[in-house]
Design a protein around this ligand. Structure first.
Ligand SMILES: Nc1ncnc2c1ncn2[C@@H]1O[C@H](COP(=O)(O)OP(=O)(O)OP(=O)(O)O)[C@@H](O)[C@H]1O
Ligand SMILES: [Mg+2]
Length: 366
């Protein structure tokens, strides 16, 4: 059992405040991913949870107990870093066993724990090798093994895969998800990589300049981004943002005129906006189709991937646009194309980057 509650955590280095009022409640056995751009405070927050850094304000509870002042070793937390510091002169076995030797465990208990960790991580036949004889992915697994043997309540990972090449990252991503299922532990994982975030997380924390932009499941963030920042961060290729002007706020929804594009009636709440306001219409590349929809683009590049054709171009209003069209789409570079968006797929952001909430789907009465 390991729940984690962060209550109003803030952190300043001198005059610079790098974390602001972080509130998070993490459930037992959840796989939580922190994502956000470089410098947004991911590592600092992880280090505060581990006890390697002291929060300036707020408190931290594990299983309901306040551990804000507890020593890192007493928190039942283990952290795996981006640069896995293995001892080059020690075997894989001894590298994994290291924390147990420090804790002076008996030989048989120690051997059992190392063997079990090696089995989980498929390192059994590598136990006698030195780190220098392993691949990058295997070395990272040894570092994780060293965490596992300590049987922490909470695992923290700070970009553990960022030193690996793309193929190995993909493999390790699957292995870590499997490990999470096997160990049934609470895990917090930091990454820049939104694909890792989407595929591994039960819930994602999107951080921006030391604040939580949104905390939710991958599908909540994808379908209901609360801000333009989250909308732009989650999803590949990135969401498009088309500048538009509000023309009317009617019962049917928000009427907008997209710059050099179609007039749309969008099913969103219009509180706080009025005719004449500038907004942005967000549309994901995969929600755009080819056809009579009044959105003309000048196509610059078409990437044919087989099943889909990623099409890049510019609207007549000068906005860059990306559409994921069908594999056999009749579309050519340096020509014009007409594209279509469905109002139900559109997200609308006000001038401050906040989403206008979607209207509830009408309830049909029989
Ligand atoms: N010991 C420190 N002293 C002063 N400033 C620091 C210290 N550690 C971090 N910072 C600052 O705090 C901010 C957040 O840093 P942090 O390392 O948490 O970012 P991050 O999100 O992990 O970035 P990255 O993705 O590049 O690893 C940065 O502006 C950084 O310069
Ligand atoms: Mg970092």
């Amino acid at each position: 059992m390991a729940t984690l509650d962060l209550k109003s955590i803030g952190k300043s280095f001198g005059d610079a405040q790098v974390l602001h009022d972080i509130e998070l409640s993490i459930n037992d056995k959840e796989f939580i991913v922190f994502v956000g751009p470089s410098g947004c405070g991911k590592s600092t927050l992880l280090r505060i949870i581990a006890g390697l850094e002291e929060a300036t304000t707020g408190s931290l509870l594990i299983d309901g107990d306040d551990v804000s002042d507890a020593h890192p070793i007493d928190r039942g937390i283990s952290m795996v870093f981006q640069s896995y510091a293995l001892y080059p002169h020690l075997s894989v076995f001894e590298n994994i066993a290291f924390p147990l030797r420090v804790a002076k465990l008996s030989k048989s208990v120690l051997e059992d724990k190392v063997q079990r960790a090696a089995e989980i991580l498929q390192l059994t036949d590598k136990l006698n090798l030195k780190p220098g004889q392993l691949s990058g992915g295997q070395r990272q697994r040894v570092a994780i093994g060293r965490s596992i043997v300590r049987e922490p309540k909470i695992f923290l990972f700070d970009e553990p895969l960022s030193n690996l090449d793309a193929a190995l990252r993909g493999d390790m991503r699957v292995e870590l998800s499997q490990l999470h299922r096997d160990l049934r532990a609470t895990m917090i994982y930091v990454t820049h990589d939104q694909v890792e975030a989407m595929t591994m997380a039960d819930r994602i924390v999107v951080l921006n300049q030391g604040r939580v932009e949104q905390f939710g499941t991958p599908m909540e963030l994808y379908h209901h981004p609360a801000t333009k920042f989250v909308a732009a961060f989650i999803g590949q290729p990135n969401m498009n943002f088309l500048p538009a002007t509000v023309t009317d706020v009617g019962d049917a929804g928000l009427c907008v005129q997209v710059d050099a594009g179609p007039a749309l009636v969008l099913p969103v709440e219009s509180a706080g906006v009025s005719a004449g306001d500038r907004v942005e219409v967000g549309i994901r590349p995969e929600d755009i189709t080819q056809g009579a929809g009044g959105l003309n683009i000048n196509v610059s590049v078409v990437e044919r991937l087989g099943g889909i054709s990623i099409t890049y171009g510019t609207t007549d209003g000068g906005t860059r646009l990306c559409a994921a069209l069908g594999g056999t789409a009749d579309i050519r570079e340096d020509q014009k194309a007409e594209l279509k968006l469905e109002p139900k797929d559109c997200h609308v952001f006000d001038s401050a980057g906040k989403v206008l909430r979607r209207r509830q789907a009408p309830v049909l009465v029989e």
